[in-house]
Design a protein around this ligand. Structure first.
Ligand code: SGN
Ligand code: CA
Length: 530
C-alpha cells in the first residue's frame, strides 16, 4: 500500500488539538492545458476576437494572471519544464526533437508516492511515456484532430471523433468511473487544440468561417527597428503559412491558379487531412469549405499582396478561433461536472497553455521568441476558499513554478533542485511574500522550422534584454512600458545605457543562479551538429 500523507496526517491531528475549525483534506488538482492558446484569444484577457465564457468562469471564480510566462516558448520543452520544475538546460529537453530524459523526476511521481491518484489525457508530446501516472491516454507526438490514435498504459488505440471532445470524454470517464472517490487526485487534461493546422469541430465550421476578425495594428510590420532574428524568422502569415495545409485550399486549386506553394509539403498536408476524415466528416467539411474555395478562385486574380495577407489572416483566425470554441465548451463541461458532483469545493482548477502564440501581430503566427505574445501565456486558477473570486495578479509567474506550487498546495515537499517558486502565496492574496523581480528565458531550436534564432534573456516588468547567438551576436533591449508592441530595439540608444549596463549584469547573475552558461550553450549547439 502507498503511504497516505503520514506527515500531513500528523500535522492535521496536532492542529486539531488546538483548533476547532474544520480541516480540509488535500486538494484535488486539475491541470488544463491547451496547445498554443494565445491569451489574446481568451475573453477574460481580451474580448475583441471571441468569447470564451467557460474559460472566463475560472477567472471570475478565481484569479487571472496577467503576466504569466514561459522559460522557452515551445511545446515539449515547456511541458518538460512544467513537469520537472527546472529550466531546459538542466532537464535537457531543449527542443521538440530530442526525447525527454525519463530519469528526471517529474512532479506526478511525487504526488503518486504521496498517495494521490494520478491520470493524464491528451497531448504530452515527449517521444516517450510519462511516469508517475496511474492511467494515461496520450496522443502520439502532435496527434491528429480527427479520429486520432492514443497511446495508453495498455497499448495503442484509435478513437473515432473529434480530438477535443474525445479528450474530454476520456477525462470525465476517468473521474466518474475509474477513480477512488476517497482519495485526492492530480489530473492532467491536455488539449491538442488549437495547435496548427487548426481543424475545428464540424459544429463550428459555419459560424467561424462567416466571421471577419479585426486585424492587429502590426499585421504589415516590416521589422525595421529590430534585429536580424525578427527579419529572418519564417513565421509570416503571407510568406510562410501554407496555402493548402493552413488556409485549406484544395491542393489542385494551387495549380489551377498558379500559386507557388509556401513549402514542399504544403499540398501533401491538406491531402493528409482529407484522408483522415470519415465520409460524414468529409461531407460536412466540403459543404462549408468548398464555397470558400470557389469564392477565393474568383477573387484571386485581382488580389493585391495586401489582399492576400488579409485573406490568409482571416482564414487563419476563422480556423484557429473555431478550434478554441470546442476547447471552451469542453472546459464548461468539466466545470459543470465538478459543480454537480460537489468536487468543485476542494479542487484547484488551472487553465493555461504551453506557451503564447502570434495571432497576426508583426505579421506572424507561431511562437518561440522572447517577445510578449509568445513569451506570455494565459493562466487562470480557481481555488475555492483560498483564492479570492475575480482577482487579478500582475506578478511574473512562470511555467517553471507549477511543480512547486502544486506540491506546496498538496503539502508535499519539493526536491531541493527544482528551480521555480511556489506561488501559493499569490493565490491566497499574500503578495507581500513574493519577491521576484525578473525571469530568465532561453530558446534553442535553431536551425529548424520557422528559423527563430537561439537567444536567452532577462525580463522585468519594465524591460526585456535578449542576446541572440549561434550564427549572430546581437543584443536587443525593449522598453516594455513605452513600447508595448516591441517595435524598437533600444540597445544602442545612449539614453538606455544605464539600463543596458544594469540588466546585462543582472542577466549574468541570473545565468549563474540557474546554472546556465556558455559551456551549456555550446553543449546544446554540438548536439545539433552530431
Ligand atoms: C509543427 C508545426 C509548426 C510548429 C511546430 C512546433 N508545423 O512543426 O508550425 O511550430 O509543430 O509546435 S505543422 O505544419 O506541422 O503544423 S509545438 O507546439 O509542438 O511546439
Ligand atoms: Ca505548443
Amino acid at each position: 500500500m502507498k503511504p497516505i500523507f503520514p506527515l500531513l496526517l500528523i500535522a492535521l491531528l496536532l492542529l486539531g488539538c488546538t483548533q476547532k475549525t474544520e480541516q480540509k483534506s488535500p486538494p484535488n488538482i486539475i491541470f488544463i492545458m491547451s496547445d498554443d492558446h494565445a491569451y489574446q484569444a481568451i475573453s477574460a484577457y481580451s474580448d475583441n476576437l471571441l468569447e470564451t465564457p467557460n474559460i472566463d468562469r475560472i477567472a471570475k471564480e478565481g484569479m487571472l494572471f496577467s503576466n504569466a510566462c514561459v522559460t522557452n516558448s515551445i511545446c515539449a520543452p515547456s511541458r518538460a519544464t512544467i513537469l520537472t520544475g527546472k529550466h531546459c538546460h538542466l532537464h535537457g529537453k531543449i527542443d521538440n526533437r530530442f526525447p525527454f530524459d525519463t530519469t528526471q523526476i517529474t512532479f506526478p511521481q511525487l504526488f503518486q508516492e504521496a498517495g494521490y491518484q494520478t491520470a493524464m489525457f491528451g497531448k504530452l508530446h515527449f517521444g516517450n511515456s510519462p511516469k508517475g501516472l496511474d492511467e494515461f491516454k496520450i496522443l502520439p507526438g502532435q496527434g491528429n484532430y480527427y479520429n486520432p490514435d492514443f497511446i495508453t498504459n495498455e497499448g495503442r488505440v484509435k478513437i473515432d471523433g473529434y480530438v477535443t471532445d474525445i479528450i474530454t470524454d476520456l477525462t470525465l470517464d476517468w473521474m466518474e468511473n475509474r477513480r477512488d472517490p476517497d482519495q485526492p487526485f492530480l489530473l492532467f487534461y491536455l488539449h491538442k487544440a488549437p495547435h496548427r493546422d487548426w481543424l475545428p469541430a464540424p459544429r463550428h465550421y459555419r459560424e467561424f468561417t462567416q466571421r471577419t476578425f479585426p486585424e492587429p495594428a502590426t499585421l504589415f510590420d516590416d521589422y525595421e527597428g529590430r534585429g536580424s532574428a525578427a527579419r529572418e524568422a519564417e513565421m509570416n502569415i503571407l510568406l510562410h503559412q501554407n496555402w493548402a495545409g493552413d488556409s485549406k485550399l484544395r491542393p489542385e486549386v494551387l495549380d489551377e491558379l498558379g500559386i507557388v506553394p509556401a513549402s514542399d509539403w504544403d499540398k501533401r498536408a491538406m491531402q493528409g487531412k482529407y484522408n483522415r476524415f470519415n465520409e460524414e466528416q468529409l461531407a460536412s467539411w466540403n459543404e462549408v469549405y468548398d464555397p470558400i474555395i470557389e469564392d477565393f478562385k474568383k477573387k484571386y486574380p485581382s488580389m493585391s499582396i495586401e489582399d492576400q495577407m488579409r485573406w490568409k489572416y482571416q482564414r487563419y483566425m476563422q480556423d484557429y478561433l473555431g478550434c478554441i470554441a470546442a476547447v471552451d465548451e469542453s472546459v464548461g463541461t468539466l466545470l459543470d461536472y465538478l459543480d454537480e458532483t460537489g468536487l468543485d469545493e476542494n479542487t484547484i482548477v488551472v487553465y493555461t497553455s504551453d506557451q503564447g502564440f502570434y495571432l497576426g501581430e508583426h505579421g506572424w503566427f507561431d511562437k518561440r521568441f522572447i517577445y510578449d505574445e509568445s513569451f506570455k501565456t494565459p493562466l487562470l486558477v480557481r481555488w475555492p476558499g483560498s483564492t479570492q473570486p475575480g482577482s487579478v495578479n500582475n506578478e511574473m509567474v512562470q511555467n517553471l513554478d507549477f511543480a512547486q506550487t502544486f506540491l506546496d498546495a498538496a503539502g508535499i515537499e519539493a526536491p531541493g533542485d527544482m528551480q521555480g517558486e511556489s506561488f501559493v502565496s499569490l493565490l491566497k492574496g499574500e503578495d507581500e511574500k513574493w519577491d521576484r523581480e525578473a525571469v530568465y528565458y532561453h530558446y534553442y531550436e535553431y536551425p529548424s522550422v520557422h528559423m527563430v534564432k537561439r537567444h536567452y534573456g532577462i525580463v522585468t516588468t519594465e524591460y526585456k534584454l535578449a542576446h541572440f547567438y549561434y550564427d549572430v551576436d546581437e543584443w536587443e533591449l525593449y522598453d516594455r512600458k513605452n513600447d508595448p508592441m516591441e517595435m524598437q530595439n533600444e540597445y544602442n540608444n545612449p539614453e538606455y545605457a544605464d539600463v543596458v549596463a544594469d540588466l546585462t549584469r543582472q542577466l549574468a547573475e541570473m545565468r549563474v543562479k540557474y546554472l546556465d552558461s556558455e559551456e551549456q550553450d555550446q553543449k546544446y549547439i554540438d548536439m545539433y551538429d552530431e
